[in-house]
Design a protein around this ligand. Structure first.
Ligand code: TYM
Length: 327
């Protein structure tokens, strides 16, 4: 049995990237493990959020977790801001972090570049809060997409730094990548990852997109003029991205896909990619619609916060004892 933790920010509508890179695996690993899945709303406020939107998206994300197969009897599902130890340990992790190592994070550099002269300090101190999320539960495995590798490395560094200074309090967590390591790219700029904060809506497939929109977006996805379904990320990033998506949703290899579409053009391939994506997302959308406005969802989150809090408080107590941070 392993302890597993992961989180998603309610900072925009979830994308196919979030699903294939992370969310899909949350349900797969829950059997026989102790799992914690969090709506990390305090991470979301590292960039400005509209209060009503943030509130609505927090609830929507929790419903999507359940719709994607999380079983509240097996996994603990909760909202970060309802367990105060996250920011408490986050502060301690901030004091253990070096400005230089935080400034080297690519996610920080990307997000800071969009903020001109007014870079919120929370963007810089995002990784120590993420480390706190993970370390509070004595987590062993963290299922995330490969864009989170750097954040996982700093989490391990901070845990080791703390243990060296104050004694063995934290378990050192490992990253758990999806077996196919899918990084879903933008449909319009396939050298850039698909992101919930992309302003170009045609570049992104959202989990709750209508089937006709999914079809339209995939049909318009950037490809090349060769018209041959062949995997080559460098020379053909657009078609390779569609092949990655198709491989992930149909469980086929690139070779199998190339063989099946030999001599056929992009039109028929794109149609099949769209159908396959729709058939995976439609059942999730139906479960989501049935759940999002129910009191059962609140019940799951209230119980989840209590369970998470019990575990987090025990670790936090060990932390403040080890540091002398008590009266
Ligand atoms: P967030 O909300 O940006 O993304 C949630 C998860 O989706 C994965 N992901 C992708 N995977 C494949 N292709 C893509 N295009 C793609 N876009 C996003 C991310 O890797 C992630 O697993 N820092 C985290 C949130 C977080 C967290 C944590 C995660 C805060 N505390 C503790 C794990 C443990 C993030 O930015 O997720």
């Amino acid at each position: 049995m392993s302890i597993i933790f992961s989180g998603i920010q309610p900072s925009g509508n979830l994308t196919l990237g979030n699903y294939l890179g992370a969310l899909r695996n949350f349900a797969k690993v829950q059997d026989g493990n102790e799992c914690y899945y969090c709506v990390v709303n305090q991470h979301a406020i590292t960039v400005p959020q509209d209060p009503q939107m943030l509130h609505a998206r927090t609830r929507q994300l929790a419903a999507i977790y359940l719709a994607a197969g999380l079983d509240p009897d097996q996994s603990t599902l909760f909202v970060q801001s309802e367990v105060p130890e996250h920011v408490q340990l986050g502060w301690i992790m901030t004091t253990l972090s070096y400005v230089g190592e935080l400034e080297r994070m690519t996610q920080y550099k990307d997000k800071a570049a969009k903020r001109g002269d007014s870079i919120p300090a929370g963007l810089l101190t995002y990784p120590p809060l993420m480390a706190a999320d993970i370390l509070l539960y004595q987590t062993e495995l963290v299922p995330v997409g490969d864009d989170q590798k750097q954040h996982m490395e700093i989490t391990r560094d901070l845990a080791q730094r703390f243990n060296r200074l104050y004694g063995e309090v934290f378990t050192i967590p490992d990253i758990l990548l999806a077996h196919d390591g899918t990084r879903v790219m933008s449909l319009q700029e396939p050298t850039k990852k698909m992101s919930k904060s992309d302003e170009n809506q045609t570049a992104t497939i959202y989990l709750l997109d209508e089937p006709k929109d999914i079809e339209k977006k995939i049909k318009r996805a950037q490809t090349d003029s060769e018209n041959a379904v062949r995997y080559d990320v460098k020379a053909k990033p657009g078609i390779s991205n569609l092949m990655d998506i198709y491989a992930a949703v149909t469980d086929q290899s690139h070779e199998e896909i190339e063989a099946a579409y030999a001599g056929k053009g992009y039109g028929s391939f794109k149609k099949d990619v769209a159908d396959a994506v729709i058939s995976v997302l439609e059942p999730i959308q139906q479960r989501y619609a049935a759940l999002v406005a129910t009191p059962e969802l609140d019940d799951v989150l209230t119980k989840g916060a209590a369970k998470a809090h019990a575990k987090a408080a025990a670790t936090y107590e060990n932390v403040i004892r080890a540091m002398g941070l008590y009266r």
